[in-house]
Design a protein around this ligand. Structure first.
Ligand SMILES: Nc1ncnc2c1ncn2[C@@H]1O[C@H](COP(=O)(O)OP(=O)(O)OP(=O)(O)O)[C@@H](O)[C@H]1O
Ligand SMILES: [Mg+2]
Length: 380
């Protein structure tokens, strides 16, 4: 068991700056997911922690030790890679035993740990099989088992599920989470998959171009994004954005009007003349009167006394049925938006139709035009 700490860590390969000043602490027993687009430095962060790379600057701690100079085998970490290469000529049991034998662990200890790990992972009936006689998910569990039998203080996972099909990935997500609860060991898990990040993490570290964009709980990042990048990265379909200018007591863009007094703007937001407004597809609601199809009442929404604080006027371009929900691809001014609506709200709408939407002011996000920083004061 151990906590992990990166303090002002930088990593460059020549003049390629891959990790550009990372500060993060992972509590003992915590499940931290490092997520971000391809090439943002996720694997490098993990390799730094494993000791496969040395930091160019800064300090990495595991437990109470600074490990910058500690070789991988003495760090007490176990890493599971995306390519979980098992020894093809060894049985599952022999694969699980292999690392412990190398470390000259006594035979009875090996047997006990292998049995325990196999039990935990549902591998007991498969122990005498060769890897070629296993499914992808079963092989993945053997790779996990090899790490578990070592009883490391920290588990490191680098995209361990990306070779599996969607159904198996979903199943393994749940199994991994249960495993984490049983072992209560610190885990650092790298993925580019926002669903894995949202569903498994105690906290998420969202990286972009080697810089932490935000570190927090899944709810923090989803509901209280620190900037536009975070808001766009998490959530599917992604958040809609539109650039708007202040006109009197509202932010206004073609088809859009948001009353500023309804928004908890921070000081920079109060001062901003131009902003980027963001709203998620399922937070846009069809204006009352539109339900059941036909032309929505007041399709052309203008600032009027009885208009809600957030109004969006759009032209329907395409309907994408998703079962009981529909993705409405609409055009707001020049901007493409997606609205998640329920089938019963859509009625007989067809492309070309003018639609009116609203959203709760609490669901509107406001970002700086240049730096994308959040311009809201989040409360609660
Ligand atoms: N040894 C190296 N020499 C030079 N550049 C490197 C080296 N290792 C990694 N990089 C670069 O560092 C950047 C980050 O790589 P890294 O593997 O950490 O990304 P990643 O976030 O894990 O991406 P992916 O999701 O594609 O696995 C990339 O641009 C990569 O080309
Ligand atoms: Mg990687």
């Amino acid at each position: 068991m151990a906590q992990v700490r990166f303090a002002a860590v930088r990593k460059s390969f020549g003049d390629v700056h891959v990790v550009r000043g990372l500060d993060v602490e992972v509590a003992d027993g915590e499940f931290l997911v490092v997520v971000g687009p391809s090439g943002c430095g996720k694997s490098t962060v993990l390799r730094l922690l494993a000791g496969l790379e040395t930091p160019s600057e800064g300090r990495i701690e595991i437990g109470d030790r600074v490990v910058n100079e500690v070789p991988p085998r003495d760090r007490d970490v176990a890493m599971v890679f995306q390519s979980y290469a098992l020894y093809p000529h060894l049985t599952v049991r022999e694969n699980l035993e292999f690392g412990l034998r190398l470390a000259r662990t006594p035979g009875d200890v090996i047997a006990a740990r292998v049995d325990e790990a196999a039990e935990m992972l549902g591998l007991t009936p498969l122990l005498e099989r060769l890897p070629k006689a296993l499914s992808g998910g079963q092989r993945q569990r053997v790779a996990m088992g090899r790490a578990i039998v070592r009883r490391p203080s920290v588990f490191l996972f680098d995209e361990p599920l990306s070779n599996l099909d969607a159904a198996l990935r979903a199943q393994m997500r749940v199994e991994l989470k249960r495993l984490h609860r049983e072992l209560a060991t610190t885990m650092v898990y790298v993925t580019h998959d926002q669903v894995e990040a949202m569903t498994m993490a105690d906290r998420i570290l969202l990286l972009n171009e080697g810089i932490a964009q935000q570190i927090g709980t899944p709810d923090d990042l989803y509901f209280r994004p620190a900037n536009r990048f975070v808001a766009a990265f998490l959530g599917s379909p992604r958040m809609n954005f539109v650039r708007a200018a202040r006109e009197g007591d509202a932010f206004v863009a073609p088809g859009v009007r948001v009353a500023t007094e309804a928004l908890p703007l921070n000081a920079a937001g109060q001062a901003a003349g131009e902003v980027v407004l963001g709203v998620r597809p399922h937070d846009l609601r069809v204006r009352s009167g539109a339900r059941g199809g036909g032309a929505p009442e007041g399709a052309l929404v203008e600032a009027s006394a009885d208009a809600p604080p957030v109004t969006v006027r759009a032209t329907l371009e395409l309907l994408e049925p998703m079962g009981w929900e529909v993705n409405l691809h609409v055009r707001v001014g020049e901007e493409p938006f997606i609205v998640r609506a329920e089938v019963r709200d859509v009625g007989s709408w067809s492309p070309g139709q003018e639609l009116a939407f609203t959203a709760a002011p609490a669901d509107v996000r406001v970002f700086g035009v240049d730096d994308g920083a959040c311009l809201l004061e989040y409360t609660g």
